[in-house]
Design a binder for this molecule. Sequence first.
Ligand SMILES: *[C@@H]1O[C@H](CO)[C@@H](O)[C@H](O)[C@H]1NC(C)=O
Ligand SMILES: *[C@@H]1O[C@H](CO)[C@@H](O)[C@H](O)[C@H]1NC(C)=O
Ligand SMILES: *[C@@H]1O[C@H](CO)[C@@H](O)[C@H](O)[C@H]1NC(C)=O
Length: 220
Amino acid sequence: MNSLELLFILFLLVPLSHATIIEVDFCVADRSLPRGPEGYPCKNPAKVTADDFVFTGFRGEKTITNIFRLNGTVANHDTFPALNGLGISMARLDLGVGGVVPVHSHRTSEIIVVINGTIIAGIIDTNNTAYYKRLEAGDVMIFPQFLLHFQVNIGKTRALAIVSLNGANPGAQLTTPALFGGNLPAEIAAQITLISPEEVRRLNMIFDRIDTASYTSFTA
Ligand SMILES: *[C@@H]1O[C@H](CO)[C@@H](O)[C@H](O)[C@H]1NC(C)=O
Ligand SMILES: *[C@@H]1O[C@H](CO)[C@@H](O)[C@H](O)[C@H]1NC(C)=O
Ligand SMILES: *[C@@H]1O[C@H](CO)[C@@H](O)[C@H](O)[C@H]1NC(C)=O
């Protein structure tokens, strides 16, 4: 095969290698229709307005009431339907004094910029090596896709950070609520974690007492 033929074959393969082929300028989610693996069907473009491209949920003061002392406001394809299909989303994180974003992971990478306060943010890789660092206002850190990561407010004031994720619905799997706040039987939770049944019951009680939606809006 000569190089021209090879180039031609590569040219043919290029469009096939893209899972999503962009055929339209935008695809604001029509959330009345069922969601597929690549997002929602598009809202009728004739009905799209400038407001669809604006998310105002980061405005104002956030109240912090839950056990993690966290208020996470998520702009994903459910709360900000114009993100549908664009592979990008954001969240505002407000951490009270001593507040944390408990250890969790996403389907995507995440980049954080600290706006106010001082936090320790970290990643734990698949070798169980933790990479953690004190971040001040203005600092940026990346959390590679799928890896466990966390943030802890170590300052004497509230902390505020904004994160971006390279998916319109990155999801968030919070390890502790997943193990002790869902429907996993306590006995199995104790067996698979080596945590004592008494401690598992204590954690179950903590999470049973609060509605999962009350500690974070990281759903969907
Ligand atoms: C976050 O703060 C907003 C504004 O005060 C409040 O309406 C919302 O309930 C808070 N969410 C959580 C999870 O505390
Ligand atoms: C992870 O651990 C393995 C085995 O000890 C080692 O070969 C590898 O280099 C480590 N990877 C990283 C990224 O540290
Ligand atoms: C940053 O924190 C200081 C001290 O808590 C506070 O006075 C200020 O309003 C905060 N700024 C923002 C943007 O949150």
